[in-house]
Structures are given as C-alpha cells and as structure tokens.
Design a protein around this ligand. Structure first.
Ligand code: SF4
Length: 383
C-alpha cells in the first residue's frame, strides 16, 4: 500500500473525507479556493527556483503567476490571488535564487515504510546550506501555526526521515515558509527518538485506515472548506432543507422537525446557562459556609448540604507535556484524574516521579441542594 502525508492528514481530519479523496469523488470547485491559491504559489516558486529555468527575473515569475491567476474569475478568489503578488516579490527578493544552492524542487519520493507500505510525496525544495548541511523547504500559503507544535508535525518529520534515508546524513533541517507572512520561517530538526515515535504513530494510523470499513463522518470546522460537503451524508438534511426552502413551500414535516431542532437547541442553551449559574451559586455558598464552619444552609425552599474534602489535582497542561508514552497519553486525553491516580502504582518510578511533580491537593466542595417538594414549595418554585 502507498500512503502519502495528504492521505494521513485527510484521514485524521475526517475518515469520510479520506474515502471521498481516494475514490476521487467529485469536488465542489468553489470550496477549493485555498487549494488553488496554494497550488499557484507553489508553481510560481517552482518556476523561480528550478534550475532548468535559470533563475528568471522576478518580473517573469510574477507574469507566470498572473497567467495562472487570470484563470480565476470570482472576484473574491482573485483578491486572495492578488495578495500573493507582493508576497512572492518580497520572498524572492529576500531569497535570491542566484545566491542559494538549490539542489532540487518539487522532488517526488517513494520510500519503504514497512515491507508492505511505501511513503510517497513531494518535497517543495531542497537547499544546501553554506556549512554543507541540508535544508528542506516546505512552502505554506496559510497562517503561521503555533511553533511549539512543530515537534508533532508529521509532514516535516516524514520529509526529514525520507531525506535522511536518501542522503545518508543526519545534518538535515526542515523549514516551513509562510509566503503571505513575509516568508516567515519555522525550522525544526527531529531527534532519532522523535522520528521513531512519529513513525510508530503513522504505522498505527495506517493500520487503522486499512481496517476501516465504515469511514465515519467527523463534523468539525474543516467541513466549511471541505470540497465533498455537497455529497457528504452528515450534511444531507441541510441540503434537503435548503432545496425545500428554495422551492415553492416547505414540507410540513420538515417545518415541524426544524422547529423541534430549534427548541432542543434552545433548551440546551438554557441548560448551559443554568448550569453555569448553579456552579457560581454553589461556589459562593461553599465560600460562605466554609468561612463560618457550616455544613448546611437553609432557606424557605429547602436545604443545601456542604462537605469539604481534599482531592488530587494536576496541572494538566504541563502534565501532557511530560507524558509521551501512548498509554499515558490516552489516560490524560480524557483528563480523568481518577484513572490517572489508579494507574500511578503501575508506572515506572521515574515516570511516576515526573507526574507527581505536578500533583497538588486542592479542596473541593460538594454541594447538594434538596428542594422540599411539598405543595407550598412547588407553588413557590412555579413561575
Ligand atoms: S463535510 Fe465534514 S464530515 Fe463531510 S466529508 Fe467533509 S469533513 Fe467529513
């Protein structure tokens, strides 16, 4: 089986999207704007840095880019493409192709991952740096992400892994270049353990992809730009609703169902507001009772009982940083402190020590309200 980073990433976003992708399902062209823009920027940069074009002047690169842009007719899309012109000019001026040692552009690769799997892909650019080491460049046409997450970036890990195998050297770094942000560069060099860990994670995901027979939909913010949304089952009711709304009249059943959906959403919003209000009240009552050493508070409607216990608490953000092992990650993903506490005795002493470093005790108040449900109370509670 051949697997690419795009496939891995698409499956992670949504298994159904991956299935559409490998089946070459029809795409909604209007939802591929970002992709088309990215492709145009990549083509322009290939033209600027490929040896065979012998470092064309920037005006020629821009003319080449404009030619691709002219195929776009939608004014909004053209506006995005126009932003690319000064960005490309600035990037090429700051990274003069005649002064760089560019070894390859748009270089395809196929490397074995296991006996049964191959990793395939394309590396945007490979440079040799003045000290003789190598730099893999990957152009990005989107926003700059959180640099702290680079160590988890499968794409650049794959590129480093591939080039290390091909060039038989470890003196390789990978840089993500954000063209729309003055060519801002995020650079990373993976250690052996990091690459090994990511390789294991990739193999686990590949196994999952091979086992998958249902390809469930995964509705997230990615749906907004998914080119398969018009054929996706997760959106079929919305499509049906739109078709009817734009037709002569709405079906009675549809109107009824939509009213119920609206009502359920309203109730849930109310529940959330009430839960927040209840939590704030409980906190205030617990504070009052603790200050006066009280365990019960009374009103005309009933009682509120309070108890105070010391329980384990962790700084979860820091804990996640520490936990690298898969078993531990799964536990922390759920932020289930009880499970974590139960697992502690089974961990290696050094692991336990690192986790316990973030352990503290905090006091939690348990507040239970019991309304008196006699007739008088019910009358009071009823608005
Ligand atoms: S629209 Fe959303 S749920 Fe449907 S395939 Fe695309 S990403 Fe998945």
């Amino acid at each position: 089986m051949r697997v690419s980073y795009t496939q891995l990433d698409t499956y992670k976003q949504c298994p159904r999207k991956f299935k559409f992708y490998i089946d070459r399902a029809p795409q909604d062209f209007s939802r591929t704007t970002a992709l088309r823009f990215g492709t145009a920027v990549h083509k322009a940069l290939e033209f600027a840095y490929a040896k065979r074009y012998q470092a064309p002047p920037v005006e020629r690169v821009i003319a080449y880019y404009r030619k691709i842009m002219d195929e776009e007719t939608d004014p909004d899309v053209r506006e995005l493409f126009i932003r690319g012109i000064p960005a490309l000019e600035r990037y090429i001026a700051a990274n003069d192709p005649r002064k760089l040692r560019v070894l390859a552009v748009e270089q395809k690769f196929v490397v074995p991952l296991t006996d049964a799997h191959e990793m395939v892909g394309v590396i945007d650019r490979l440079d040799m740096l003045p000290d003789g080491s190598f730099e893999i460049i990957d152009y990005k046409s989107g926003k700059i992400p959180d640099a702290r997450k680079l160590s988890e970036n499968w794409q650049i890990a794959i590129y480093q892994f591939v080039k290390q195998q091909q060039l038989q050297t470890k003196r390789i770094q990978v840089s993500l270049v954000y063209i729309l942000y003055d060519g801002h560069k995020l650079t990373y060099r993976f250690g052996r353990d990091e690459l090994g860990r990511i390789r294991e994670a990739i193999l686990r995901q590949v196994a999952e992809m091979e086992r998958d027979t249902t390809f469930p939909t995964h509705v997230t913010s990615w749906c907004a730009t998914c080119p398969y949304q018009p054929i996706c089952p997760a959106w079929s009711h919305q499509r049906a609703a739109r078709e009817v709304v734009t037709g002569k009249e709405r079906e009675e059943e549809l109107v009824d169902i939509q009213a119920r959906v609206d009502r359920l959403l309203e109730i849930m919003a109310q529940q959330k507001r009430l839960a927040e209000e209840a939590a704030a009240l409980k906190q205030a009552l617990a504070q009052y009772a603790k200050g006066r050493n009280l365990t019960r508070l009374f009103s005309d409607l009933g009682t509120v009982s309070l108890s105070f216990r010391r329980r384990a608490a962790y700084d979860v953000v820091q804990l996640v940083e520490v936990l690298r092992e898969d078993l531990l990650r799964k536990i922390v993903k759920t932020v289930d402190i009880k499970k974590l506490e139960r697992a502690l005795p089974y961990l290696k002493p050094e692991e336990r020590e690192r986790i316990e470093h973030f352990r503290r005790e905090e006091e939690r108040a348990s507040v239970v309200a019991r309304p008196r449900m006699d007739e008088d109370t019910e009358a009071l509670l009823t608005p």
